[in-house]
Design a protein around this ligand. Structure first.
Ligand code: IVH
Length: 688
């Protein structure tokens, strides 16, 4: 009709190629060409259709890019209702189902077609004369929403049915199945949404629903939605098998509908349960989400004989997995201290049954994660527990936030030992700086202290350290040197002989090298090589302890991060105390007095100070004199040039101004330390 033959041929070739690539990609999961080649073919066909609009029929692959936005979805009545399924949650209910079926049919055993229960959205696709004419959501089962333009964009859905094996195409066919988003596509979508500050979806099902129920099908086209066919509704004319459900699925597969691989035909209740268990194990590795398995009597005549109860067939059953998500409330947020000192916020939950167990805690990972989720104490949340994975808070139900909800603040001190908790720039994790002193880190620290390349205490293994710490016999490495044979021999699995040996090994460790000792302290980011370099450079522990961040960075291989760890470690009084105890216990090491000296005290190097509020012991004049004596300057008001604000009780507006300008604020103790050690000392906040 007015179309040159050559153009018609060209369009047909492009259509065929595009449909073949769609099938390879979406149905067979084995693409033949890269995405760019697919896009090139699509653009060529679009160009052709722009020039010859008669080519742009509803079954053209170009229709998959989306149509003009709708104001609302039209309603459609399904040719045959889309029913629901009865549910079973345990073995007994499955056995009862099989018993009922056998009794009603008066047979010994029944063959069932078994399939995954997809966790997506049910849709019905209407094909007239082999062409997709309408697609609808399930709605109330009788009337659904017409989402045809959206469904056309799904490349897994054939726009035109191709006769295969000489079998005719039914004049009318309603194909039923599930639209879902594969987990990989879901992760990618959420990553993209996060990057552009868009809506982040809780799970693939919600993401699929959001994409399918778009009034603008152009948006649907940009989201990769998958489709699996699991049955037929109305069907007229020859071309559909009428013996078994499993034959219908095979026929749908030959018509190039995606039909899940993990489908079987099994006989008897025991086989149903075995299939269910197997699918539950496969759950984590399959690319799609499912919430259970579906059992359908395979023989269609038996199906008809069994019929329906209210809105569900008597011949089918959904056997659900335990729900992996549940709603509950966050009662509080605790902070746990891990073995490396990492502070992890953990939500304390109102107990909730999810993923097959009662869950009372869920990890919140870190401070940023809490902020990103906008979680407050008292919030209603969705918790997810998938398999053996640690339960997680998936989403916050903001609209249910109670008036007394409280925000969470990461403590600035370790909840276990009270040492300062530090979060280094660029790191997501806050860590306890208590090191050797923190009980939560103590076991690890003791094992490290005793390890071969550190103090080399033979015989102090994991089991022993557990007992020593749990029974509060040993708190710090210094306590090791007080251990007697009698105390050790009283422990589990400790004979007197091994107790003797251990006491001797501990005694022998007293004499060591500075490098080993520094390594044994377990300072974060200080491995054996760094410890050696530090020992060589500073020559004495006191000089190392007094060195500021800049001085530390003079050491080969010590950058700002390592310098920060070292300075932070020695700024923690508990660590200094443990070192003193070790010295008192007789631990000694070689020192090299000739090594490069660290910065001496007293240099405030022209730094500008502002004083505000009442200091606990120093009067204003005294503070000024001491700062000036150390080379600093005291000025009247806070500006960008101010280096420190020294604040006492009832500070004035200077305090707010300093916060605004992010100027370090010292209390009196901080000032005195600075005066004692000078700038560039570990506790100088300007050297972070
Ligand atoms: S058959 C008459 N098979 O489950 C039975 N449904 O409660 C018609 N579903 O919303 C449904 N996977 O979307 C069937 N393999 C499967 C299914 C499945 C998921 C959903 C379906 C419907 C619900 C039925």
């Amino acid at each position: 009709m007015g179309l040159p033959d050559e153009i018609r041929q060209q369009a047909l070739a492009l259509r065929t190629a595009l449909e073949r690539h769609n099938e390879r990609y979406y149905v067979l999961d084995a693409p033949l060409v890269p995405d760019a080649e697919y896009d090139r073919l699509m653009r060529a066909l679009q160009d052709l259709e722009r020039r010859y609009p008669l080519l742009a029929t509803p079954d053209s692959p170009t229709q998959r890019v989306g149509a003009a936005p709708l104001a609302a979805f039209p309603r459609v009545t399904h040719g045959m209702p889309m029913l629901s399924l009865g549910n079973a949650f345990d073995t007994g209910e499955v056995e009862a189902f099989d018993r009922r079926v056998r009794q009603a049919l008066g047979v010994e055993s029944v063959a069932y077609a078994v399939e995954p229960k997809f966790d997506g959205l049910a849709v019905s696709l209407r094909y007239e004369g082999g062409v997709l004419v309408a697609g609808a959501t399930r709605g109330d089962g009788y009337v659904g929403e017409d989402v045809t333009p959206n469904l056309r964009t799904l490349r897994a859905i054939p726009l035109r049915l191709q006769a295969a094996d000489g079998i005719p195409i039914p004049a009318l066919l309603e194909v039923r199945g599930e639209v879902l988003m594969l987990r990989d596509d879901f992760d990618r979508l959420n990553r993209e949404q996060r990057e552009k500050g868009g809506k982040v979806f809780i799970n693939p099902r919600n993401a699929a629903a959001g994409a399918l129920r778009q009034l603008d099908s152009g948006v649907t086209a940009t989201r990769r939605l998958a489709f699996f066919a699991y049955g037929v509704g109305a069907s007229e004319g020859p071309g559909m098998p009428c013996d078994r459900h499993s034959s219908i699925l095979d026929r749908l597969a030959s018509l190039r509908f995606p039909v899940v691989q993990e489908r079987r035909v099994v006989t008897g209740a025991a086989a149903l349960l075995a299939y269910h268990r197997n699918m539950e194990e496969m759950r984590a590795i399959l690319p799609y989400d499912m919430d259970g398995t579906v059992y359908k009597v395979d023989d269609l005549a038996q199906q008809a004989a069994l019929g329906y109860v209210s809105r569900a067939p008597r011949f089918a059953l959904a056997h659900k997995f335990p729900a992996q998500e549940a709603a509950t409330r966050v009662l509080g947020i605790d902070v746990q201290v891990g073995r490396t000192g990492a502070l992890t916020p953990v939500a304390r939950l109102e107990p909730v049954f999810v993923g097959g167990v009662t869950v009372t805690n869920a990890t919140l990972h870190n401070e940023d994660e809490i902020r990103r989720k906008d979680l407050m104490i008292g919030d209603s949340v969705i918790v997810r527990r998938a398999g053996d994975v640690i339960p997680e808070v998936m989403a916050v139900q903001r609209e249910q936030r109670p008036a007394d909800a409280r925000p969470f603040a990461m403590p600035d001190h370790c909840p276990v030992c009270g040492a300062r908790a530090l979060r280094l720039p660029g790191e997501a994790v806050t860590r306890c700086s208590g090191g050797l002193y923190c009980p939560a880190q103590r076991k690890q620290a003791l094992l490290h202290y005793a390890s071969r390349r550190a103090m080399d205490i033979d015989g102090l293994g994991e089991r022993l350290v557990e007992q020593l710490v749990d029974q509060a016999i040993v708190r710090t490495p210094a306590d090791l040197y007080r251990l007697g044979v009698a105390a050790l021999a009283a422990l589990e699995r400790m004979a007197e002989k091994s107790a003797d040996n251990l006491v001797a090994a501990i005694g022998n460790s007293r004499r060591t090298t500075l490098a080993r000792f520094v390594y044994a302290l377990g300072i974060r980011n200080v491995g054996e090589a760094t410890a050696k370099a530090l020992a060589r450079h500073f020559g004495s522990l006191d000089r190392l302890a007094a060195a500021g961040r800049q001085a530390l960075q003079q050491v080969p291989d010590v950058g700002p991060v390592v310098a920060e760890s070292i300075a932070g470690f020695f700024a923690e009084p508990h660590n200094v105390e443990v070192i003193e105890q070790l010295r008192a216990a007789g631990v000694t090491w070689d020192e090299h007095p000739g090594a490069i000296p660290a910065d001496g005290p007293g240099g405030l190097g022209g730094r500008n100070f502002v004083l505000t509020g009442t200091l606990p012991t120093l009067v204003r004049e005294e503070a000024r004199e001491r700062i000036e004596a150390a080379g600093g300057r005291v000025v009247g008001s806070v500006s960008k040039k101010t280096d420190y604000l020294v604040a006492g009780a009832d500070p004035g507006g200077k305090y707010d101004r300093a916060i605004e300008l992010e100027i370090p604020i010292l209390d009196e103790a901080g000032l005195l330390q600075l005066l004692a050690r000078g700038c560039d000392s570990p506790d100088d906040p300007l050297h972070s």
